[in-house]
Structure formats: C-alpha cells, structure tokens
Design a protein around this ligand. Structure first.
Ligand code: PLP
Length: 445
C-alpha cells in the first residue's frame, strides 16, 4: 500500500530553479497560484510525488500562462524585420534615451528657454529635416495612419490619381483604394497593370484633382515589359498644375542599402530631392526604430497636415518620440548606425556567423552548419536575399522539434525547410547564442 508522506513545502517550490524564473514573466501572485493549484492536486490524489516532479508540473502550468503573455523570443527564422515577431528590434541606446525622458517629467511640450508651451514635434522634426533635406516633418502612429492623414487633409471629396501598378495591399488588409474611399476621396487609376506613363497621369487631371500619389510596391514586384512614372516627373507635373504630390515609401530607407550588399532601395532623401511634396514612411521598417509613421516634406504642406484635427488623434507618445529621435541620431554615421540591430545584423559577415556556429555544433551531435539565405521582411525588398549561415538540425520530426524550441523558456522560433530545422544565425543576437546552444544541447540527438 502506498503511504502518503505529504507534499513539498510551498517555499521550496517557489524557489525551485524551474519555477522561480517565471516570476519575472507572470508575477509572484501567479507563481503562488500555480504552486497552490498543483499542491491541491497532489493532496487530492494522496499520491507521493517527488518535489522534482511537482516542480515540473508547476512549471508547465506557468509555461502555459507565459505563452499567452507578451514576452521576448529568439528569432532564428532569418527574417530580419519579422512582422509577427515585433518587426525592428530597437537599439539599446534608443531605450536608454527613452527611459531617461519618460521615467520622470520631460520638456515634451515645454520650451525651457521661454518658460512656456512648446512643440511636441520640434526636436524629431529638426533631426528628420537634417537627415532627409526636407523642410518640415510630422510624426504619427504608423505609416498607415500617415497615409490616412495625408488623404484626409488634401483629398476629401476630391480625386486622387494613382498608377494602376501601385495599388498595393500591405499586411493586415490595408489597401490604398480602401483608405481613399474611407476619406471620401475618389481614386482615379491610370495606366495599365505593367506600364504607366506621366502622360497617363496628365490625361486624367481634372479640376477636382486633389492629389497625385505614388506608392511603394513593398511586397510585390512587376517584371518584364514595364514602365513606371518616376518621382521626379510626377513632382514636375504637380508643380506645373499646382497639385500636391505625395509618395508613400513604406520602407523608409535613409541609407543606400547597396552599402550593405542589398539592391538599391529608393531613399527618403531621393524622394525629397525629386521634389516630392510629402513623403511618408514607417519608423519600424528600414529605419530600425519604433512603430511610427513619419511624414517629411515642404513647410506649407506639413503645416496643412498639422492643422488637421486628426493629428491629435494619431499622435505618438513621449516614449516613441524619444526612441525615434535617438534612432535617427544613430543614423547620422555608418559607425553609429551599427548600434541599430537591423544594420548590425545586416553587416555580419558569413565568416563571423560560421565562427559562431561552432559552439552549436559541439552542443548537438545532429547539427551541421549550412549556407542559407536570410530575408529582409517587413513588407520590404521582397526579392532581396542576404547570404547567411544556419545551424541545421537533422531530424525525422522537424515540426515537433521546432515546437519543442518554441516551448523553451525563452522561446526560439526556427525555420523548417526541406525536412530540417534551420537556425539562421543572422537574426540570433550573439548575446542569445548561449540560450540556443543550451536548448539544442537538451534536445534528443
Ligand atoms: C508597410 C507599409 C505601410 C504601412 O506601414 P505601417 O507603419 O506598418 O503602418 C504603408 N504603405 C506602404 C507602401 C508600406 O510598405
């Protein structure tokens, strides 16, 4: 007969190494609740369970809870701007600046010299103008909001001319034609699916034309027998007929990506130099900063955006502004830009990645280092590939192995390709190597 000898002490379980680390994820109360629920279960069954096993059951309860909370994960997918994994990781320096201005009070909307109310956007605008050559800037929640604000300000009840080969649907079902319809603007599509000329735009002009718009294709490409209306020629036409020209760049490169071995991507500076009146782009794509929608352009057009009451509804908070301002500062030179994780990841050489792979290969007998390709992601550069190195884990059950990695205390999201689990080292931070190495060492060979 089984003699019931009681249950492990609460404090032993709370301090157990497989339980205690969950405190930072779910809090002390949840820890206590899980321990007490598990002890009730043990008492009910009057079963003798070794403390180790009880602790493991408590950890499983906490794991289920933690899996539903927002937590940090290791991105081993090789997609640098992974929209489902939080898009751009932020620079440490940006956080330090954001923390410094947001833990206490700040001069967010206060002019310290005059001792009176100041402008929330002044500082971010100054750096944006400096970097892009624009005259003024405004920052809203994301690029989708930026497009909405522009259309609402200039095109209510009017017509917006867009090339047929640029009517993009970006992630989350955001379609340019729908945004126009929502603002009471009428979309005038011109050209054919593959070819659009500036004369098509010119032929569609009417007294109701409110805006000439260009949109980045972002997540698709058209190849073959194609022609686009250039930003420069559209800007010239707009200037001639007195209609504002706007460009939704989406990705928001401030640097020529050829420096990083990627295809050329139109930069914000180029759009401004072309004479485009307003340029909209995201803060958390190629900029590598926080989620934000940035609009730069001419003083007069930005002033009209600012006077739209929607600006107040779409405005960003002090933490975002500080993160953005500091990320922009880091863009000032190639050297400081390496502090931005996206650019640091891009700059890593395959030799460096291969060197890092060594500790992985020692940890798991079935692991090998293989050449692979990382992608940029985030709805940018859909065809661009970056040569990379992955640790491949050979297994008859790749999906189960990938799931086991996602169940790690710091979950690891891997890529499954051709029956192997790939851990792309380009998107794993060197500071995370030891966690992944420990995780694969725990896997069955
Ligand atoms: C990504 C993208 C957007 C939306 O940007 P968010 O910052 O995610 O709102 C808008 N337009 C284009 C062309 C894009 O590529």
């Amino acid at each position: 007969m089984n003699v019931f000898r009681g249950v492990p002490a609460v404090h032993t379980l709370l301090e157990h190494p497989s339980v205690a680390p969950y405190e930072s994820l779910v809090g002390r109360d949840a820890l206590r609740a899980a321990v007490s629920a598990e002890l009730d279960r043990v008492r009910l069954r009057r079963a003798d369970e070794p403390p180790e096993l009880v602790a493991q059951h408590v950890a499983e309860r906490l794991e289920a809870l933690a899996a539903r909370s927002l937590r940090s994960v290791i991105n081993a997918t090789g997609t640098l701007l992974h929209t489902n994994l939080g898009r751009a990781p932020l620079a440490h320096e940006a956080f330090a600046a954001a923390r410094a201005v947001s833990e206490g009070y700040s001069n967010l909307e206060y002019d310290l010299l005059a001792g009176e109310r100041g402008s929330r956007y002044e500082r971010a605008s100054a750096i944006l103008c400096d970097l892009t050559g624009a005259q003024d800037a405004v920052v809203v929640n994301n690029c989708a909001a930026a497009v909405l604000l522009i259309v609402d300000t200039f095109a209510r009840g009017g017509e917006v001319i867009v090339a047929r080969n640029q009517l993009v649907e970006i992630g989350g079902g955001f379609r340019l034609p729908d945004v126009l319809a929502r603002s009471g603007a009428r979309l005038v599509e011109v050209g054919s699916t593959n070819k659009v000329y500036v004369r098509d735009v010119e032929a569609a002009l009417s007294p109701r034309t409110a805006l000439l718009m260009r949109s980045h294709r972002s997540n698709f490409t058209i190849e073959g027998f194609v022609h686009d209306v250039g930003g420069g020629e559209l800007a010239q036409l707009g200037a001639r007929v007195g209609v504002p020209v706007v460009e939704d760049l989406g990705s928001g490169a401030l640097v020529d990506l050829r420096e990083y071995g990627l295809p050329h991507e139109r930069t914000v500076q180029e759009a401004i130099r072309d004479g485009v009146g307003l340029v909209a782009f995201s803060g958390d794509k190629l900029l590598g900063g926080p989620q934000a929608g940035i609009i730069v352009g001419s003083r007069a057009l930005v002033a009209r955006l600012r006077s739209n009451p929607l600006v107040r509804a779409l405005r960003v908070d002090k933490v975002t502004l500080a993160l953005l301002a500091q990320t922009l500062h880091l863009h000032r030179s190639a050297q400081t830009r390496t502090a931005i994780p996206f650019y640091r990841m891009l700059a890593a050489t395959t030799d460096e990645l291969r060197e890092r792979a060594r500790s992985y290969l020692l940890a798991h007998p079935g692991a090998s280092a293989v050449a692979c390709e990382s992608t940029v992601g985030g709805g940018t550069l859909p065809h661009a590939r970056v040569p990379s190195i992955a640790v491949a884990l050979a297994t008859p059950f790749p999906d189960a192995l990938a799931e086991a990695l996602r169940r790690e205390r710091v979950p690891i999201v891997a890529r499954v390709t051709d029956g192997a689990v790939l851990l792309d080292l380009r998107t794993i931070a060197p500071s995370e190597d030891h966690l992944v190495v420990a995780a694969i060492a725990r896997l069955d060979a």
